[in-house]
Design a protein around this ligand. Structure first.
Ligand SMILES: Cc1cc2nc3c(=O)[nH]c(=O)nc-3n(C[C@H](O)[C@H](O)[C@H](O)COP(=O)(O)O)c2cc1C
Length: 307
């Protein structure tokens, strides 16, 4: 009922761990899989170890909504491979989120991830508080990067889209044209909070990326818009806390979803969402969650207001 297919990947569950949330330690990834995820996305891994920004780097601004500027803190590709290789074989679909400072470094890291046994790579070209966002705001750079990678690796390429652009569809079409296998929508929304007592931005970096409950309707609209024009699958991401949020993404046109911020409530939330989805599908006589994909597009929306 919950099996889904994205490009070459067949997943037992449409729920994927989003990048940056518990995605560095192999054992934690396995726990997330055991809880009912269909795949796990790693923290974005770059060419070198990187400490990221100083604390405070993440703050909850209202229940379930956070701003973070972790600054792509990660162990670097060599250490990441070591951590994974010294343990058992990867026996679950691991999506390697990667970033680089040049096209060449993206290609080198992607090749290492393929050799490591990763099921797919996800290109982080969209972190709103790090340098890589400059690729994801331009269709020509996105096209060029995906094209270069397509020639170097044979595992599927997912492109994580930046919502902080004038037209997300343009960037997604460039990725599709260059050979991307799927897009992930969305990364965090550029945001800031200022402390009225200290009169300073709360985060050490100043601004950051908004995630969680507040961005869910923004992400739904992006997926809805993307579904109208893309041929490749869309992985919805942003503010999923329960099974209804997942259904909404499917109705907008997603083929699968990623969950990030909600994991702050514990890994068991994945089990709860999975079980609730099964109950919903059974009670409503669906044999597969994919039957819901894009159904919201059957509704004729009003284009011109009444006068
Ligand atoms: C603390 C934190 C760290 C994140 N790190 C990454 C990252 O390394 N790479 C990436 O592509 N997205 C990263 N993200 C974005 C998430 O993967 C996701 O796109 C975003 O949070 C929206 O989903 P959510 O509302 O379910 O959290 C991070 C988000 C948070 C909250």
């Amino acid at each position: 009922m919950l099996n889904i297919k994205i490009s070459k990947l067949t997943l037992q569950s449409p729920l994927i761990l989003a990048s940056g949330i518990l995605g560095v330690s192999f054992h934690t990834m396995k726990r997330v899989m055991k809880a009912g995820a269909g795949a796990v996305t790693s923290k974005s891994i770059g060419p070198q170890p990187r400490k990221g920004y100083k604390n405070p780097s993440i703050v909850e601004i209202s229940p379930g909504t956070f701003i973070n500027s972790v600054g792509l803190a990660n162990p670097g590709i060599e250490q990441f491979c070591e951590e994974i290789q010294t343990l058992e074989k990867i026996d679950f679909p691991l999506i390697a989120s990667i970033f680089g400072d040049t096209e060449d470094t993206y290609c080198q890291i992607a090749t290492k991830m393929e050799e490591l046994g990763c099921a797919a790579v996800e290109l982080n070209i969209s972190c709103p508080h790090a340098e890589v966002s400059s690729i994801g705001i331009r269709a020509d750079l996105t096209y060029s990067l995906v094209k270069a990678l397509r020639g170097d690796i044979s595992i599927p390429i997912f492109v994580k889209l930046n919502p902080n652009v004038t037209d997300i569809v343009d960037i997604a079409l460039a990725a599709e044209k260059a050979g991307a296998d799927a897009v992930v929508a969305i990364n965090t929304v550029a945001a800031m909070q200022i402390d009225i007592n200290t009169k300073r931005p709360v985060l050490s970096h100043g601004s950051g990326g908004l995630s969680g409950k507040a961005i869910h309707p923004i992400a739904i609209k992006k997926v809805y818009d993307l579904y109208k024009v893309l041929k490749i699958p869309i992985i919805g991401c942003g503010g999923i806390f329960d099974y209804k949020d997942v259904l909404e993404f499917f109705l907008a046109g997603a083929s699968s979803v990623q969950i990030g911020t909600a994991l702050s409530q514990g890994i068991d939330i994945i089990t709860k969402i999975r079980n609730d989805l099964l109950i919903y599908l059974k009670e409503n006589n669906y044999t597969s969650i994919t039957e819901l994909k894009g159904l919201a597009h059957e509704y004729q929306t009003q284009e011109v207001p009444d006068y």
